[in-house]
Design a protein around this ligand. Sequence first.
Ligand code: NAD
Length: 472
Amino acid sequence: MQRIEHIYINGEFVIPQGREWFDLHNPSNEEVIGQVRLGDASDAQRAIAAAKAAFPAWSRSRREDRIAALQRMHRAVAAREDELLEAIVLEYGAPVVRGRWMATYPADVIAQAIEALQAFEFEEHAGMAKVILTPVGVTGLITPWNSNAGFICNKLATALAAGCTAVIKPSEMSALQTQVVLKALHEAELPPGVFNIVNGRGDVVGEEIARHPDVAKISFTGSSAIGQHLIKAGADTMKRVTLELGGKSPTVVLDDADFPAVIPLVLQAGFLNSGQACIAGTRILVPRSRLAEFETVAKEGVSRFQSGDPRAPDTDIGPMVSQKQWERVQRYIRIGQEEGARLLAGGEGRPEGRHAGWFVKPTIFTDADNRMRIAREEIFGPVLTIIPYEDDAEAISIANDTDYGLSALVLGKSPERCASIARQIDSGRVLINTLAHEPRAPFGGFKHSGLGREMGRWGMSEYLEPKTLITG
Ligand code: NAD
């Protein structure tokens, strides 16, 4: 049983003013494994004041000094990879293979921020003017539970690289991961106040950060509903915002695709991170002329996906993060049946043999219509929906008939045809016959999937304000 009492302000571990203790659970057996003491609005204010005081010196620091600081951060976070893996599996229930990736990603993403900083042009010429990119100020960084450590490191490394200081409000449900990252960041010996971490509720600590006049910018990853709220909350103080939000990503299977060859990609895209991934390919668009054939192959493929103990090496899908999330997924499985979609695999309840833990059966609906709620709303669990289409034009139209636009996958034999379809899909990212990730490219969403971009020079630019100098 871990008790996490401290938050981090001005380079020190301090006890928050907030007195509420929040239970942390092991989603594999539902037991309480720890408690975290939550900060309140006054804790957020202290953290913002520390970040404000640290800003003048940090914003004027030299590129080499920032690179050195980020390198110390990278080394310290990388050294705690195994500890982080243990926290991710215990507190989040990630299967170990996925968990290992999630434990290496935080250090990797710091290395990528270093690379972006090394290559970044802070001054450019535009006609007779010199354009200087200047750090926006104190930033508020708010992260979700489905990749808490990764998002803390990505947002913080980019903000610091740009010359900003930060107050981080991590997910309250991920306090073990936050604690591991925090210990590493402390060891990196950054100047006091350049980063501060306040555990707390979204509607208390998050809200204070979102409304505070001394916070110039919010970078948020989480649900679209909270993202929309943050735009409104920040309007009075004219905050800059970067939002990485939800998705309902299409996987377009073309009529020339080799189904047995592509089905592993279809299912991996859909069940990514136990289905709790913003980029999960949850709408599978299949040519109606080959629907029955696709269903046979998909059913066979999903039967090999194991949902169970995250520590077992052959587990593909771990538990849902919380009881609330488990109930939400169950509700959508009922909704899908009520809407008239046909259950091809899975269904309500826990997988066979499991009596505790927030486990879900990998579930696939077929013969669905894109107007159904299971095709429109983000479920955030291992529930996929097959939607038949007549021709390429209809496939593109269904792919784009969504509020979201974060990621898409196109699968087919002809590279030219796939590329042509990819260009017509309204999405921040379109993958063709691959699930590869390119950290140097911008990441973010169209429409309700977000605002702005992270990663590479695009991510850095989000923390900078262009200033035009014209000399007479
Ligand atoms: P969430 O929106 O419920 O919470 C995210 C964070 O916002 C948490 O730290 C929470 O405490 C905080 N928050 C809640 N209310 C707030 C308020 N009023 N003011 C300020 N902060 C507040 O999301 P979640 O359930 O933690 O994460 C799942 C969601 O995140 C999904 O919708 C998923 O698609 C999305 N997500 C998006 C990406 C991406 O890169 N696009 C990546 C991962 C997750």
